[in-house]
Design a binder for this molecule. Structure first.
Ligand SMILES: Cc1cc2nc3c(=O)[nH]c(=O)nc-3n(C[C@H](O)[C@H](O)[C@H](O)COP(=O)(O)OP(=O)(O)OC[C@H]3O[C@@H](n4cnc5c(N)ncnc54)[C@H](O)[C@@H]3O)c2cc1C
Length: 401
């Protein structure tokens, strides 16, 4: 059993893993998870509040992340780490338990950018791009959302792609793109003016003329993740960099289906982190001569938080099983993303409440989880959009038309 008054021990099951779902992993998976947990607790946790406050990405952590050898988690071959959807999800949860920004950075690179090439690239493209990305020598981003098109991306992108011989000319803007201000490779989704279908392109950020990125400033959530506004003006990309199996928005949606469930896992990890900090504080902080954790109303809050966390873990575990069995559909991923992010919002606000005034100071950690939860709630499809997908599935009636 864990002693909650002590700092977390890497080998112990976290106190937020009440039903011990991580114990469902195979022994070799558990070894990997514990290595990641150790890295997150010993290398990330001590420095992350400073980077969060400074709105900066901790490049000093990249060599250590590379050494974890987790690039290409969930993808098979091409130098990728491989593994089930379940281990991928639990790793995302574990990263977010210490820091949702690091989990997001990794999810964007591994799930969205590498996943696009893996699902929609030709054999040649996979062989060229995936190995260096798996080694994190090249980091990727995923550019779908635009300044004027967010929830409605399926209904029409304004960024255009026009073929000109062996090249394509991209014009338009992409907003909110995680990792974009500093990464190497962007997956850009654009509407082909010839057939009006969405196509995907691999763009090399640093060497492609007409491609520029401006960092989005003044965010209040996921401040460690650098989000960019990408502008493409007469930006020329070779036909060899067009994702050869991406012929319509359906092929974009395949990537999103794969990654959306990961946001469910991350939002579960985000609540775990907030809950653990709240529990430790409840035992340590005294009022009226007693630890605040001895008061019935505080215990009620802790029990509610733990119930949220445990419900999300159990739901995500089953969702991953469906995924590993090849049965995952959009409706399943959407239900989980909506439910877990909503419960996360509740949990992190109770955790913040339990800290009283200290809950709004970043040094006490819980404020970071509280703020970061807002981004997880909105990205990869908002709560409303997920529920509309579920609503359509259960009624057979589309609210989109
Ligand atoms: C921190 C962060 C990181 C991100 N990273 C990336 C990234 O790496 N790559 C990328 O491509 N995008 C990224 N995004 C974009 C993200 O996916 C969008 O913000 C999200 O899909 C919502 O789009 P929007 O912000 O334009 O909101 P809008 O679409 O303008 O929605 C505004 C509000 O209207 C509601 N709404 C819209 N349509 C309907 C409807 N039909 N019925 C009911 N309600 C509706 C929404 O639910 C929402 O509450 C990121 C966003 C954030 C905040």
């Amino acid at each position: 059993m864990n002693d909650i008054s002590q700092p977390p021990k890497t080998d112990a099951v976290p106190v937020s893993d009440f039903y011990e779902i991580t114990e469902t992993l195979a022994p070799d998976e558990l070894v990997m998870l514990k290595a990641i947990r150790k890295f997150m607790e010993t290398k990330v946790a001590p420095i992350i509040n400073k980077y969060w406050t400074d709105d900066a990405f901790p490049f000093e952590l990249l060599p250590g992340i590379r050494e974890l050898n987790v690039g290409g988690l969930g993808l098979e071959g091409y130098g990728c780490r491989g593994g089930s959807r379940q281990i991928f999800g639990i790793v995302m949860m574990e990263m977010a338990r210490t820091d949702p920004s690091i989990a997001t950075f990794f999810g964007v690179h591994d799930g969205l950018a590498m996943g696009s090439i893996y699902l929609d690239g030709s054999e040649e493209q996979k062989q060229k791009w995936l190995p260096p990305m798996a080694r994190l020598e090249k980091v990727g981003c995923f550019g779908l959302t635009e300044p004027l098109v967010g929830s409605g991306t399926g209904g029409g992108l304004t960024t255009t792609a026009k073929r000109d011989g062996d090249t394509w000319i991209l014009d338009g803007q992409k907003k909110w793109i995680g990792n974009a201000p500093w990464c190497d490779v962007s997956i850009i989704w654009a509407r082909d003016v010839a057939d009006n279908q969405v196509k995907g392109f691999i763009v090399e950020n640093k060497t492609t003329p007409g491609f520029s990125v401006e960092k989005i400033e003044h965010k209040i959530a996921l401040k460690v993740v650098q989000n960019g506004l990408i502008t493409m003006k007469d930006c020329r990309v070779p036909e060899a960099n067009r994702l050869q199996a991406a012929n319509s928005f359906r092929d974009t949606a395949r990537v999103l289906r794969m990654t959306r469930s990961m946001v469910g896992w991350m939002s579960t990890g985000c609540q775990m982190g907030a809950y653990e900090h709240a529990l430790a504080y409840a035992v340590e902080r005294k009022q009226f001569g007693k630890p605040i954790g001895s008061f019935q109303m505080v215990q009620d809050l802790l029990a509610r938080m733990l119930a949220n966390v445990t419900a999300c873990q159990s739901m995500m575990l089953r969702l991953s099983q469906l995924d590993d069995e090849g049965k995952l559909e959009d409706k399943h991923a959407s239900l989980a993303k909506a439910f877990c992010t909503a419960k996360m919002r509740e949990t992190v606000s109770w955790a913040r409440e339990l800290f009283g005034g200290n809950g709004i100071v970043v040094d006490y950690n819980v404020a970071r989880f509280f703020a970061d939860a807002e981004a997880l709630y909105s990205y990869e499809g908002t709560f409303q959009m997920q529920n509309l997908i579920v609503g359509k599935a259960v009624t057979g009636l589309s609210a989109f038309v």
